[in-house]
Design a protein around this ligand. Structure first.
Ligand code: GLA
Length: 425
């Protein structure tokens, strides 16, 4: 095992918006919460930590051996969740073919919870979830799907609902009794606690509760979880929140290309059971063109990212469904070698990303970030193949074999578009 020393930096915020929980800030935003890049907040590095590399032992819950696939309510619906919404999302996951394409987890994000009872048990919103969470989990399970839920390591969630701080075991036991299969665990209102400790506490509580649950760490990359979370969670967010745009930027969220830039270099930390999470998909939420959504989806597959759809599955135009259910791209994401792809080259607007696959072939994405069509060329030598080799190339969007190529492959790539190929010697 390779052991490296790293400086681990932790993030704390003195921003009163955090301390107030459901702040006026939150109320004004409804969908997107306050969090990590708060105006005052960066604290000094906490010191030298001993961290292991990608060869850390993965969390031993046997789950997420390939990146988890599913749907989450947050990107499209924010706090507007209810049992009817979740049930109809589960129905649509089956009827649209998403389930057949590999999507499994139906996850309620923030705002399902309203209070704790006198015994400290978490209480679901009785108006929005009148049948209770257990009945909802049963409904989802009856469709052959898995059920996920959200909580937060702080006293309150990012939307100001009760968090799990101090109630970790109680909540884990409750989730297990409800039949929860996946927990997304957020990081608002965490006070002075270290992420490593807080997430370790919930990992242990889940283990103790006895029902295997995918553990999704959502601390936005602030303490570099890729350095320590390999045996804590099955996936960890690497950045702030995604937004449904090409490259916009706000204080708390950014467009997907900015998130993409932050993934390069993290590839050695991902593998079966422990994945980098560049956040949920925005495909189909209306802020980008079909071409841009194809690029977003392709790059998430090259990254071996969790594929958690975030759109309204009940009203999907055909072209959006075709993106989310592209089985050839999904197979790249789910390849059992479990290697996250990396950026091979970047010049001007052109980028080449490559992901090694179990059968010895490579998935290659030619991405054009410029404003007009460009020809992009990848040479076999860059991919680690001999120059003179005749190599088969398959187009993963056109879904056809392009033939054999010697030395290199070139394609015209539209503005903000991608050409995705599988290259098999
Ligand atoms: C944070 C997370 C989001 C979402 C919201 C819910 O911002 O990063 O993905 O869960 O909280 O409030």
């Amino acid at each position: 095992m390779n052991v490296h020393h790293y400086i681990a930096c932790d993030l704390r915020s003195n921003d009163p918006r955090w301390l107030r929980g459901a702040s006026s800030y939150w109320k004004s935003r409804m969908k997107k919460p306050l969090h990590q890049f708060a105006s005052v907040g960066w604290m000094v590095c906490v010191g030298m930590l001993l961290a292991t590399s990608s060869r850390v032992v993965a969390l031993d819950n046997g789950l997420a051996l390939t990146p988890p696939m599913g749907w989450n309510s947050w990107n499209k619906f924010g706090c507007n969740v209810s049992e009817d919404l979740i049930k109809s999302a589960a129905d649509a996951m089956v009827s649209t073919g998403m389930k057949d394409a590999g999507y499994r987890y139906v996850i309620i994000d923030d705002c399902w919870q309203v209070s704790r009872d006198s015994a400290g048990n978490i209480v679901a919103d009785p108006k929005r979830f009148p049948s209770g969470i257990k009945a909802l989990a049963d409904y989802v399970h009856a469709k052959g799907l898995k059920f996920g839920i959200y909580s937060c390591a702080g006293t309150n969630t990012c939307a100001g609902r009760p968090g799990s701080r101090g109630h970790e075991s109680q909540d884990a036991i409750q989730y297990a009794a409800w039949g929860v299969d996946y927990l997304k665990y957020d990081w608002c209102n965490h006070g002075n606690e270290s992420a490593r400790v807080a997430y370790g506490t919930m990992r242990d509580a889940l283990k103790q509760a006895g029902r295997p649950m995918v553990f999704s760490i959502c601390e936005w990359g602030t303490s570099k979880p890729w350095l320590w979370a390999g045996n804590v969670g099955n996936l960890w967010r690497t950045t702030g929140d995604i937004h449904d745009c090409w490259d916009c930027k706000e204080q708390y969220w950014t467009g997907w290309t900015r998130i993409l830039d932050q993934q390069n270099g993290l590839e050695s930390f991902a593998g079966p059971g422990h994945w980098n999470d560049p956040d949920m998909l925005e495909v189909g939420n209306g802020g980008m063109s079909t071409t841009e959504y194809k690029s977003h989806f392709t790059l998430w597959c090259i990254l071996a990212a969790p594929l958690i759809a975030g759109n309204d599955l009940r009203n999907m135009p055909l072209e959006i469904k075709d993106i989310l259910t592209n089985r050839e791209l999904i197979a790249i994401d789910q390849d059992t070698l479990g290697k996250q792809g990396r950026r091979l080259r970047k010049n001007e607007h052109q980028e080449i990303w490559v992901k090694p696959l179990k059968d010895g072939s490579r998935a290659v994405a030619l991405l054009n970030r410029g404003t007009s069509e460009e020809k992009i060329t990848v040479a076999w030598e860059e991919l680690g193949y001999p120059d003179g080799l005749s190599i088969s190339v398959r187009d993963l969007w056109a879904k056809n074999n392009l033939g054999k190529f010697i030395g290199r492959f070139s394609a015209s790539v539209p503005s903000h578009g991608v050409v995705a190929v599988k290259v098999s010697p």
